[in-house]
Design a protein around this ligand. Structure first.
Ligand SMILES: Cc1cc2nc3c(=O)[nH]c(=O)nc-3n(C[C@H](O)[C@H](O)[C@H](O)COP(=O)(O)OP(=O)(O)OC[C@H]3O[C@@H](n4cnc5c(N)ncnc54)[C@H](O)[C@@H]3O)c2cc1C
Length: 438
């Protein structure tokens, strides 16, 4: 292994940042002037129907779906950093799979894939169709003998739910992927044609642009508190958001889509949310040998890698997984064990070279590692869309639609997401998903 010197975020994320900042500087000032009043200065009490806190992929998707379902709604996205310098949506590996062990996660991604395929036309603005860069070589889950029964059982469940995943015994694996070392493996499952990756920052930008083109407003500001209606009322209801600059924004419904920062925001409403900011480093590396038809590979030892253009990206669960570590890539995570594991699985990786690395936060739901959605029992006009624990990018299209349905219709109309209700925290009801990566 040799190491290069570049340690910045990927080009796509950097380009997105500056594009959005330029545009937002003017648009946000206009939006602020149009929507937000200074409560402390006694100006008239302006109100939006829905205030979404956080304009990452989840906030943008919820806003887009809301405008689509009811164009008459006044929807505001409140975002403290319109350059999205730390947002997970700009730091994601942006991959999509159907190989989950819980039916709801399979269904969320099935809709995600359908949406991504149609995104260029769905998200076009003024005839300009965004390039999402979807490619679908699949995920390849690999099993040692001890993991084979579990992989077979998951495969059966995935097939039962319409996921076109192939089961490949060792010989079939070796025939299909000549670059893969298979001696210690018994089995693999592959979703070629139904799984893959895409340009996440481009999807984020496109959703935000399309939501705004339909009338949603983006407001630059940090939400620091909530003004409750009927103080002392046990049921609780939010009357307005309090922004760091003293601004007051009244709203009918508020949505916490604050990603890895959802927990401190929930605390401001008196809610303890088990969502923690956990840093994940993604390594970019090159290899002189081409790996034909390389999917996103999940090694039984826990690491993953996939092609990214002519290079590769990969990562693993860090040994030190404390909350809120600085958003710098931890190069020490590319340790001997990781490199040895990569070179063991793909002999050509003996010659790999690290080119780059970046880090982002998983909004990790330590209760059960699955999304926390919908209204909170303690504050019934505060909805949640967080806790995705590493699979929020692919789930954003279906989650946005679901949250918009809850707000507009009072119930899920398409895919029933109630199993992921945030109310399960109080009920002690865990959703078990075996295939959480990292
Ligand atoms: C390294 C990495 C790899 C990943 N790989 C994948 C993958 O392959 N596939 C997949 O599906 N998912 C993946 N994910 C997960 C996915 O990227 C996230 O689940 C998703 O981007 C979360 O989107 P979000 O909108 O909830 O959060 P974010 O994109 O973080 O947006 C939240 C926004 O809220 C704003 N905010 C926070 N607090 C406030 C406040 N008080 N007031 C105003 N604004 C506020 C923040 O500034 C931020 O812009 C990955 C994540 C990481 C970090």
């Amino acid at each position: 292994m040799t190491t290069g010197s570049k340690r910045t975020r990927p080009k796509a994320a950097q380009a997105s940042k500056s594009d959005m900042e330029d545009k937002d500087n003017t648009d946000n000032q206009r939006a602020m002037a149009a929507v937000v009043d200074k409560g402390s200065q006694g100006t008239s009490d302006r109100k939006v129907d829905v205030a979404i806190i956080g304009a990452g992929i989840q906030g943008a998707s919820i806003a887009w779906w809301l405008m689509r379902l009811d164009p008459s709604l006044q929807v505001a996205l409140i975002e403290r950093d319109t350059g999205f310098s730390q947002a997970s949506s700009q730091r994601s590996a942006s991959s999509i799979r159907q190989q989950f062990s819980h039916p709801i996660n399979i269904q969320l991604s099935q809709f995600g894939l359908q949406f991504l395929r149609e995104a260029p036309s769905l998200l076009a603005v003024d005839g300009e169709a965004p390039a999402i860069g979807l490619t679908d070589p699949g995920y390849l889950y690999l099993a040692h003998p001890e993991g084979a029964d579990s992989l077979r059982a998951q495969h059966a469940l995935q097939r039962q739910h319409g996921a076109p995943i192939e089961l490949l015994e060792r010989d079939a694996l070796a025939n299909r992927f000549a670059w893969l070392r298979t001696g210690d493996l018994v089995l693999g499952t592959l979703g070629a044609g139904a799984e893959g990756w895409f340009d996440g920052p481009a999807l984020h930008q496109a959703m935000l642009r399309a939501a705004r083109a339909q009338g949603a407003r983006l407001i630059r500001g940090e939400v620091v508190g909530f003004e409750m209606a009927g103080a002392g009322d046990a049921s609780g209801k939010i009357a307005a958001l309090q922004l760091a600059d003293g601004t007051r924004l009244a709203c009918g419904t508020a949505v916490n889509a604050a990603g890895a920062w959802a927990r401190p925001l929930a605390k401001a409403a008196g809610i303890d949310l088990p969502v923690h900011a956990r840093r994940r480093t993604v390594f970019v590396f090159s290899c002189p040998t081409t790996l034909a038809d390389c999917p996103l590979v999940i090694d039984p030892s826990g690491f993953w890698f996939r092609p990214e253009g002519r290079q590769f990206i990969g990562g693993r669960t860090p040994d030190d997984d404390a909350d809120n570590l600085p958003l710098e890539p931890n190069l020490a995570e590319f340790n001997e064990a990781f490199w040895t594991g990569l070179a063991h699985r793909v002999p050509a990786f003996e010659a790999l070279r690290i080119e780059n690395a970046w880090a982002g936060y998983y909004e990790m739901n330590l209760f059960d590692h699955n999304a926390l959605l919908g209204a909170h029992p303690a504050v019934d006009n505060l909805l949640f869309a967080t806790g995705f624990s590493g699979h929020g990018m692919q789930q954003a299209p279906a989650v946005g639609r679901g949250i918009a349905e809850l707000i507009v219709h009072g119930a899920y109309r398409s895919l029933d997401l109630s199993v992921l209700s945030v109310a399960r925290l109080a009920e002690g009801r865990r959703i078990i998903e075996s295939n959480v990566i990292g």
